[in-house]
Design a protein around this ligand. Structure first.
Ligand SMILES: Cc1cc2nc3c(=O)[nH]c(=O)nc-3n(C[C@H](O)[C@H](O)[C@H](O)COP(=O)(O)O)c2cc1C
Length: 118
């Protein structure tokens, strides 16, 4: 399994580091990945999936699962991790985890368990 991620302010990148994964960084969405992969994304706007992530998904059809990082603060609670949820719905893939920011150690363990099942 391969991994790709987008991170604007560093939280998703920290998650990738905590997991010890080698992953492709999505910058503008024109990047290419061969074979099956899991995508890690943040949420922007009001529950939006970042544009580079949407472009990347269009260019790389073999997404198998998604992991999200969002914010459960008052201003975002109603669209908590919708960036990841949108992908789950539109590509019919499981959302393995929805973290608040960098998440907790338990979240990281849960993601490891879920990734191992793929
Ligand atoms: C302008 C803006 C809008 C956001 N909107 C949402 C949102 O609708 N839902 C959510 O769960 N998180 C939202 N967030 C929070 C980010 O998704 C969250 O901080 C995430 O951990 C950022 O990941 P990154 O540091 O890798 O870029 C928003 C953050 C910003 C700055």
């Amino acid at each position: 399994m391969k991994y790709a991620y987008a991170s604007k302010t560093g939280n998703v990148e920290k998650i990738i580091k905590k997991l010890g994964l080698e992953a492709l960084k999505i910058v503008d969405g024109t990047e290419k990945i061969d074979g099956d992969y899991v995508i890690f994304t943040y949420t922007c706007g009001k529950g939006k999936t970042p544009k580079p992530v949407l472009t990347f998904l269009e260019n790389n059809p073999n997404v198998k699962a998604v992991v999200g990082s969002g914010s459960n603060s008052k201003s975002h609670i109603e669209t908590f991790n919708f960036g990841a949820e949108n992908i789950g719905r539109d590509y019919n893939v499981p959302v393995l985890a929805k973290l608040n920011g960098v998440g907790t150690d338990e979240d990281i363990e849960l993601i490891k368990t879920e990734l191992a099942k793929l």
